[in-house]
Design a binder for this molecule. Structure first.
Ligand code: SAM
Length: 379
């Protein structure tokens, strides 16, 4: 049988990746068909796919898309560079055939992508290798949620995660840096609840000295509502946010602060690879979570792959290089070819940046290259 070699070129980083030859037409779509169950070099399966549907956002949070960098001259991707909904759905189907069970749409701000509910509808028609519906969710800043919630639900979206960094309007407007009011995000959350997009999670990135005084007000506000509030340690993603360790408030301090007023009990992990450590209110008024990527790395369970807006596959949030799946998709590769490429890329994965952060020195990205921005790779 003829053999073909599929070159994967990462034009952005000018790095060539040459997967091993695949048997023409011979790869099946079963997970790990190329050689046993699919797992990476650290034994981690592929379960979770995050898809960035746009690199644009209407917020300018300083920890993510600082205004000084993401200004009117910033080279956002042209529309033709973005994967179309059909291309995303095709790629997603092949990832699902490799064992993916959960898809999160993100960005940039995913609700800025025109008719994103059409994409949700296409993804909702996919089935896992066990024949089950996918767990489909979306992370949003909430600014357009009040307008979009019902259409998203009707299209098959199950739940949403909304980012909100405080309840104090002055603090929040300063953090989003576009003067966007808290009240409209809360309206978006309410609309999501009314539409049945639950359980809703709210993500709060905590920056010491910026919004740490909002931790307790946020906990009090969402306690007893059924909404799960999660505190995220400020991370050194990308290369533009001027990250400093002294601005990270360790999750242990967040938990200590809350439990002094609102007693907490630890809860077990709900799913392997889950990013958040879960805590329950001792009186049964719900739960919160902490995501401690900086102080307690969780690389060993990481089962996430990320598909960038222009179709590059990244294996870590802190990656410097991606694998150009769009070149395959637009170059006429068959489903079997693309499935084989995904299989090989995942099998070669050894990323564990957060575990190594401390040993890599201050400029952890220096040797390997510039880390991609979170708005491009998807949060
Ligand atoms: N625009 C959407 C939103 O605001 O949720 C989705 C994209 S955003 C990049 C996804 C998540 O990443 C948000 O919850 C955001 O707060 C978080 N995030 C961005 N930069 C971060 C950083 N440096 N450290 C920790 N979390 C960050």
């Amino acid at each position: 049988m003829a053999e073909r070699v599929i070159p994967l070129v990462d034009q952005r980083n000018a790095a060539w990746v040459l997967p091993r030859p695949v048997q023409a037409g011979g790869a099946s779509e079963r997970p790990g068909a190329a050689g046993g169950p699919l797992s990476d070099t650290l034994g981690r399966p592929l379960r979770d796919l995050r898809i960035s549907v746009t690199d644009r956002c209407n917020f300018r949070c300083s920890y993510c898309m600082p205004k000084e960098v993401f200004d009117k001259d910033y080279p956002y991707l042209p529309h033709g560079a973005l994967l179309s909904f059909e291309e995303i759905t095709r790629a997603a189907r092949l990832f699902v055939a490799q064992g993916v069970r959960k898809i999160r749409l993100t960005g940039g701000e995913p609700l800025l992508r025109k008719n994103v509910e059409v994409l949700v509808e296409q993804l909702a028609a996919l089935r896992t290798v066990d024949g089950l519906p996918l767990d489909i969710t979306l992370t949003t800043n909430g600014s357009l949620l009040a307008r979009k919630a019902r259409a998203l639900k009707a299209a098959g979206l199950q739940r949403v995660t909304v980012s909100l960094d405080g309840l104090d309007d002055t603090v929040f407007r300063r953090m989003n840096d576009v003067d966007f009011p808290v009240a409209e995000v809360l309206q978006g959350i309410e609309a999501a609840r009314e539409a049945g997009l639950g359980p809703i999670k709210v993500n709060m990135v905590v920056k010491r000295g910026t919004n740490d005084h909002e931790i307790l007000p946020m906990a009090r506000h969402f306690r007893g509502t059924g909404i799960v509030l999660r505190f995220i340690e400020y991370m050194d993603v990308g290369a533009t946010n001027g990250w400093r360790m002294d601005e990270v408030l360790p999750s242990a301090e967040v938990i200590g602060l809350i439990r002094r007023e609102l007693p907490l009990v630890p809860l077990g992990h709900s799913a392997p690879g889950e990013t958040a450590e879960r805590w329950g209110y001792a009186d049964g008024a719900g739960e919160i979570g902490v995501i401690s990527s900086v102080t307690q790395a969780f690389c060993r369970d990481c089962n996430r792959a990320r598909l960038s807006t222009e179709g590059r596959l990244y294996l870590c949030l802190f990656a410097t290089q991606g694998h150009d799946l769009r070149a395959l998709i637009r170059g006429g590769a068959s489903d079997a070819d693309i499935a084989s490429a995904i299989d090989q890329i995942w099998r070669g994965r050894g990323d564990r940046y957060s575990e190594l952060r401390g040993t890599l020195g201050a400029d952890a990205s220096g040797a390997a290259g510039r880390r991609v921005e979170m708005s491009y790779i998807g949060g």
